[in-house]
Design a protein around this ligand. Structure first.
Ligand SMILES: [Zn+2]
Length: 413
């Protein structure tokens, strides 16, 4: 008698299971590869992972022949600014043609333009646009996504974003992890006034709506270290966990604040001194890095090798925002290969198990029995093709809690 399950995926040349967080340069054993294996899924969870020789013991209502391709955990983007209205494609073009961002900002463009457009847009429309973007991410293998607030032009419109994110989280089939972000001081506010109201109004509301994280854009031109400390420590006292944008544009000791406050992640790190990177690498803080932001906005690569040589935990992000609309996690992996010289094993760990750890979300990020059945089936025969083979249709299937959310047009069921 075979064991009845819901879905079996077999003929997998490699199942890259990633059983635990990967520190430093990933070794092959960190990947936990099962060769020529199969995955049995039941009730949305991984029921069994094994080698072909045991396949006969299981049966399923749906079976997928993976035709010698690989399975990796569903991809996780741990840092996005996905909830906003409008676009800034004209500004992107201007910057590429030599304009300075500050020039655009002083003419009412940049982030303040997004804040105005977001504030004018109805809650329903914000939800609709964000859901659409989420399903674009799904096509690139994403099964869990973190989304930050932060484009409201005043406290009321920030409250609208908190509410919209609560609805988005409920309405989509993938996991959405909400973060309350102190982004910039909106035009017309005194710094202290905005921070006080952020702390007294937005933090309690985010806690009420089950937000998990508080984040601050700590940088030159955004919040300084003392302001960021005030926001983060109030968030932590209210029960949220801290994340921090640090050293993207300049080093004003924001990464040191991340260390001091025990942030779960320190994101960007483009201008961080080596000795601070070494401290981050030796801690349990996840360094979240964005290739697109490094290329287009920071115009400087983070020192990835110092993080890896000191056994740091690295995760990758699109850092999707209206400044540059990257909805493609596979492209992010490819860019990390070229611009960060990140080896393929690290790229996979950085977009799965390590990203899951930074989100403190259990039962995702690894292919393990009892974990959510979140999987991506990639049309390659080895994980070593990640970053190396660039083509359309790299993804065959994206599976969330055992359901196929996406399959490439040439995959039949
Ligand atoms: Zn960001």
């Amino acid at each position: 008698m075979s064991i009845k399950t819901d879905l079996i995926i077999y003929n997998l040349s490699e199942i890259v299971s990633l059983p635990q967080v990967v520190r430093g340069f990933a070794k092959e054993k960190d990947l936990g590869i099962i060769y020529d294996g199969f995955i049995a899924i039941k009730d949305g969870k991984i029921f069994y992972v094994g080698e072909r020789k045991d396949l006969y013991k299981f049966d399923a209502s749906l079976k997928i022949d993976a035709e010698n391709s690989i399975a990796i955990p569903g991809l996780i983007d741990p840092h996005t600014h996905l909830i906003y209205a409008g676009a800034r494609e004209d500004e992107y073009e201007m910057i590429l043609s030599g304009a300075e961002y500050n020039e655009i900002l002083s003419r009412g463009g940049g982030i303040t333009r997004t804040m105005r457009e977001t504030s004018k847009t109805s809650l329903d429309m914000l939800v609709k646009e964000t859901v659409k973007r989420i399903y674009e991410f799904v096509k690139s293998g994403v099964t869990t996504i973190e989304i930050k607030t932060g484009y409201g032009i005043d406290i009321d419109s920030e409250l609208k974003l908190v509410r919209a994110l609560e609805i988005v989280r409920r309405d989509v089939e993938i996991d959405v992890i909400p973060t309350l972000l102190a982004h910039v001081i909106p035009p017309g506010f005194e710094r202290k006034e905005f921070i006080d109201r952020f702390v007294s109004t937005l933090i309690p509301e985010a806690v009420k709506k089950d937000f998990l994280f508080i984040d601050v854009f700590c940088d030159s031109g955004a919040f300084n270290v003392d302001e960021s400390r005030k926001i983060l420590s109030n968030g932590v006292s209210a029960g949220l966990k801290a994340r921090i944008h640090a050293d993207e544009l300049a080093y004003i000791k924001c990464s040191d604040l991340g260390l001091e406050i025990g942030s779960v992640s320190i994101d960007h790190l483009n201008n961080t001194p080596r000795e601070v990177l070494e401290k981050i690498a030796k801690s349990d803080i996840v360094a979240i890095l964005s290739p697109t932001t490094s290329i287009y906005i920071a115009k400087k690569m983070p020192d990835v090798y110092t993080l890896l040589r000191n056994n740091g935990i690295i995760a990758l992000t699109t850092d999707h925002s209206p400044a540059l609309m990257n909805l493609d996690m596979i492209e992010t992996m490819n860019l990390a290969s070229i611009y960060f010289s990140l080896p393929p094993a690290n790229i996979i760990a950085a977009t799965t198990v390590n990203a899951a750890y930074s989100l403190r979300t259990e039962k995702i990020g690894s292919i393990k029995e009892g974990f959510q059945a979140d999987l991506v089936i990639l049309n390659v025969k080895s994980y070593r093709y990640i970053g190396y083979l660039r083509k359309r249709d790299l993804i065959k299937y994206v599976i969330k809690r055992g359901r196929i959310l996406y399959r490439s047009s040439n995959q039949k069921l």
